[in-house]
Every structure is written in structure tokens, then in C-alpha cells.
Write a protein that binds this ligand. Structure first.
Ligand code: NAP
Ligand code: ZN
Length: 349
């Protein structure tokens, strides 16, 4: 099937309209008409070759929501008309220890929704900046939010699960003081989710203009991280810090805010490394530095259900597909509250 899409032919070229081929659904496949696709900073890193190994043409997009149009003969969990989502994963080996534990995100053979290996043309996966996608049923998520919320649900498929998974893994809850660093697409979800889990949440931002907005998202306090006095007021007080920043920066300033045994988990994936942190700032208080990658399929479903139950969606700004290049420039300036979402109907025009 030929499908309208939006992507780039090289890292130094803007994204443009293109046509791609989707496979005919196999026995276990679900074919989805994509209604909306969120715009993740990872899309920009990948399509501009800021990360190694980008394959072209590159069609980004891994925050996909839409309706099932048809299913393969052996699919029992989904039927035409269902509201569904697809996140960052469209395949994995399905038999290793990670897959067996529902942690497909850590499978050595995990296939990303874009730029991953596939026998389908053109030999690598193509993402959600497109009208349709065909995905094995194991990697399709059920959406229980109302249809009216659908566009704002899209960012949960990456920004939501990438923040939910570490908050759960490090057992964030009532009585915990939690920091969220970088109030963009991931960070704003981190605030909402940590708040809903009952933690005391402090937002760290470089943007003075986000101070009020972060409180409205559910933060109990906001720190402008460039202000040393504001930072010092929180010294040695955090149980957990989730760092979503998309650029290299000084990590020591945040270690100083962790209590004894506190952990800072990095989910931001900058194109160049952070300056190496000081070993002593870890040793002295038995602090930990960790990382976390999206989340597995069962946990992604758990997160979607948690959000539906708690009335949580992303704060979004809807764009047409042909506004994507401008949206990337604004994202780089931190000028989005807080996630761009493409209206995929605009691809048909
Ligand atoms: P985003 O919307 O652009 O948000 C990133 C935020 O980081 C910005 O809003 C800004 O927040 C802060 N920031 C940006 N540049 C900065 C700088 N030079 N110094 C300090 N702060 C800066 O991006 P996103 O979509 O949330 O993604 C964030 C990062 O996570 C990206 O690197 C992305 O690739 C990565 N990611 C990782 C995973 C994973 O599984 N680990 C999944 C998805 C995305 P303030 O204005 O508040 O300072
Ligand atoms: Zn993402």
C-alpha cells in the first residue's frame, strides 16, 4: 500500500512530503489509520543525524494514535474501529529474558518505530509522520481515553512512558521529594505523573517564563536552575531526580541536591556527552547516577490506563505536517508548551 508521509532525504535537508510503502497486514498484524502523531525531540536528533546511523529516507514519529482499519487473520485482541496507539517499539526477538519479562525496550533486537531494521521496503522502519502504519499486535496499545482527548494522548506513547517507567522503577510515591529537570515534552509529563503518584514535585527549568506554568502542571515548587541561590536552597533534599534535558550540561549541580542514597536518572539523550561528573559528589552521599529507556509494552499499557484513570493527557499544540520544520526550530528554543502534535489528516491534502 502506498501511503502519504513526511520525512527527510538527508540530515541537512528539511522534511518534505513523500510517499512510502506499507506491507500488507500479515496474520498477526494490525493496520492503523493514524489520526495524530506527537513530535519528540528524538525525532529531531534522528532525522538531523545528531545520533549516529540515521538511514534515509527518514520518516520520524513514535507517538502514534489512531483507529484500526483492518487486522490479520490471527489477531484476536483488536478489531477494525478500535482506538489504539503505537509507541517507540514495533518489534523485538520475543523470546529473550527481556521480552519474556515484558521489557522489550531492553531486548538486544528491539526494532524502533523508525530507523530500525525490517524486511519491509526500504529496509528500515518508517514512523508515524504518515497516514497508515502496519504493526504486529504485540506492540499495539489500547486507548481508554475518550476520542475527544485522542490528540493529547499521542505524547503519552513516548513522553508518557519514558517518564512513568523510571518513576515506577525507583518507586516514587507519597513522602518522596522528586525533581524533574527540563520542562519540555518529557518533563511536563514527568511533573504530571509524579504529582499523580503522590510525590512532592519540584520542577527545574532554564526558562523563567515556565515558572508559573510548571506550578499549573502540578509542581509544588519551581527552581530556575541558572540561579545558584535557588538551587542551594534545595541542597541534599531530594530522593529522586528525573533529568530530561536534551543538551549537555553540568550534572554536579543536581547531585548536590540529592540526599544520601538519592538517585538521578537520565532520560535526556543529547547528541554529545555531558561533562564527566565529579566522582566525589557521588561517593560522599552514596548517590547513584542511572539511565532509563522508554518502557516495555505491558508497562506502556499500564501507564495509558493510569493516565485514563487519573484524567492525565499531554498539553499540546497541534500543527499540520507541513509546519514540522518550523516546529523543530521552536522546540530547539524550548518554545513549546509542551508537545507539538501533527494532525495526520493534513497529510492527505
Ligand atoms: P524537549 O521538548 O525539547 O524538552 C527538553 C527540555 O530540556 C527543554 O524544554 C528545556 O527545558 C531543556 N533544555 C533544552 N536545552 C537545554 C540546555 N541547553 N540547557 C538546559 N536545559 C535545556 O525534548 P523532549 O522531547 O522532552 O526530549 C528530551 C530528551 O529526551 C531528548 O534528548 C530526547 O531524545 C530524549 N528522549 C529519551 C528517551 C529515553 O527513552 N531515554 C525517550 C524520549 C526522548 P527548560 O526550558 O525547562 O529548561
Ligand atoms: Zn520519543
Amino acid at each position: 500500500m502506498t501511503v502519504k508521509a513526511y520525512g527527510a532525504h538527508a540530515g541537512d535537508q528539511p522534511l518534505e512530503a513523500m510517499e512510502i510503502i506499507r506491507r500488507a497486514p500479515g496474520a498477526h498484524d494490525v493496520q492503523i489509520d493514524i489520526a495524530y502523531c506527537g513530535v519528540c525531540h528524538s525525532d529531531l536528533h534522528q532525522v538531523r543525524s545528531e545520533w549516529a546511523g540515521t538511514l534515509y529516507p527518514c520518516v520520524p514519529g513514535h507517538e502514534i494514535v489512531g483507529r484500526v482499519s483492518t487486522v490479520g487473520a490471527d489477531v484476536s485482541g483488536f478489531k477494525a474501529g478500535d482506538l489504539v496507539g503505537v509507541g517507540c517499539i514495533v518489534d523485538s526477538c520475543q523470546h529473550c529474558e527481556d521480552c519474556n519479562e515484558g521489557l522489550e525496550n531492553y531486548c538486544d533486537h528491539m526494532v524502533g518505530t523508525y530507523n530500525g531494521p525490517t524486511p519491509d521496503a526500504p529496509g528500515h522502519t518508517l514512523g508515524g509522520y504518515s497516514r497508515q502504519i502496519v504493526v504486529h499486535e504485540r506492540y499495539v496499545l489500547r486507548i481508554r481515553h475518550s476520542e475527544a482527548q485522542l490528540a493529547a494522548v499521542a505524547p503519552l506513547l513516548c513522553a508518557g512512558i519514558t517518564t512513568y517507567s523510571p518513576l515506577r522503577h525507583w518507586k516514587v510515591g507519597p513522602g518522596h521529594k522528586v525533581g524533574v529537570v527540563g520542562i519540555g515534552g518529557l518533563g511536563h509529563m514527568g511533573i504530571k505523573l509524579a504529582h499523580a503518584m503522590g510525590a512532592h514535585v519540584v520542577a527545574f527549568t532554564t526558562s523563567e517564563s515556565k515558572r508559573e506554568a510548571a506550578l499549573a502542571l502540578g509542581a509544588n515548587d519551581v527552581v530556575v536552575s541558572r540561579n545558584a541561590d535557588e538551587m542551594a536552597a534545595h541542597a541534599k533534599s531530594f530522593d529522586f531526580i528525573l533529568n530530561t534535558v536534551a543538551a549537555p550540561h553540568d550534572l554536579n549541580a543536581f547531585f548536590a541536591l540529592l540526599k544520601r542514597d538519592g538517585t538521578m536518572t537520565l532520560v535526556g539523550a543529547p547528541a554529545t556527552p555531558h561533562p564527566s561528573p565529579q566522582v566525589f559528589s557521588l561517593i560522599m552521599k552514596r548517590r547513584s547516577l542511572a539511565g532509563s529507556l522508554i518502557g516495555g509494552i505491558p508497562e506502556t499499557q499500564e501507564m495509558l490506563d493510569f493516565c485514563a484513570e487519573h484524567g492525565i493527557v499531554a498539553d499540546i499544540e497541534m500543527i499540520r505536517a507541513d509546519e514540522i520544520n518550523e516546529a523543530y526550530e521552536r522546540m530547539l528554543k524550548g518554545d513549546v508548551k509542551y508537545r507539538f502534535v501533527i494532525d495526520n489528516a493534513s497529510l492527505a491534502a
